[in-house]
Design a binder for this molecule. Sequence first.
Ligand code: SF4
Ligand code: SF4
Length: 126
Amino acid sequence: MFDMLGNIMKNLLSKPATRMYPFEKRENFKNTRGQLGDIDIDACIFCSICAKKCPSDAIIVNRNEKSWEVDRYKCIVCGVCTEVCPKKCLHMEEQYKTASYTKENAKFVQQPKPEAPAGQSQEQKQ
Ligand code: SF4
Ligand code: SF4
């Protein structure tokens, strides 16, 4: 009985063992992979190397549509796609995925670049 009372008093007077999330967030551990960030779609050349190397088939590249998409729920955040991309347009972010009601792919489409007026070279445009 006294043991139990001692434990109760100790628990009442000690700090909680857990954090007051979301008010108090924990810093990420060093080298945490987090999640795959958004692609720099303007730099992508739609070579599909990332999709071929992805171990979980989470990436779909459509060269004709100039689109790139990832199923973030298939992604196992291995980071392979960021390492093999020849244009370095993929990167890992430290934040973790937040909870979501839907499971839609994150899809990015490259917009056509504005054409230079006739007779004007690429250098003159800048
Ligand atoms: S490897 Fe890079 S450049 Fe190639 S399709 Fe993937 S994201 Fe685009
Ligand atoms: S981080 Fe890994 S699993 Fe996720 S999309 Fe890139 S290669 Fe695929």
